[in-house]
Write a protein of this length. Structure first.
Length: 126
């Protein structure tokens, strides 16, 4: 009797594992499809559009500037205005701040590197 109950428990445990395994595989397939759908939707929504490309250029705090430069691109339907707006936004909000950050960090680390170099020269010259 005990052997029969033990075998029944093993069969039920194997059945439970098989059910959970099949459910896990279905969930994984569904999650992969949902992920692919999300990636595809993001690609469709955020790809560059030659006419309205400047409208998705800047992140949310700075996209108010798109209203200044982007509205003429919408109303005029001009690709040249869009390219001009992209150049203005890129220069003002990406190129100049990144350059200033780089120059500032270089100026901050220059004295430290000179002190370190002088220390090394003194250590190896004696």
């Amino acid at each position: 009797m005990i052997v029969f109950l033990f075998a029944a428990n093993i069969v039920l445990m194997n059945l439970l594992v098989a059910i959970l395994n099949s459910r896990y595989e279905k969930t994984m397939m569904q999650s992969e499809m949902e992920y692919a759908l999300i990636v595809y939707n993001d690609y469709i929504n955020y790809r560059y559009h030659p006419l309205y490309g400047c409208m998705i250029m800047l992140p949310p705090p700075l996209n108010i500037v798109n209203l200044i430069f982007g509205l003429p691109a919408i109303f005029l339907r001009s690709r040249k205005w869009n390219q001009f707006a992209l150049k203005i936004e890129y220069t003002l909000f990406i190129l100049i701040p990144v350059s200033l950050i780089f120059i500032g960090l270089s100026l901050l680390t220059m004295p430290i590197s000179l002190i370190f170099m002088a220390y090394r020269v003194m250590m190896y010259s004696t």
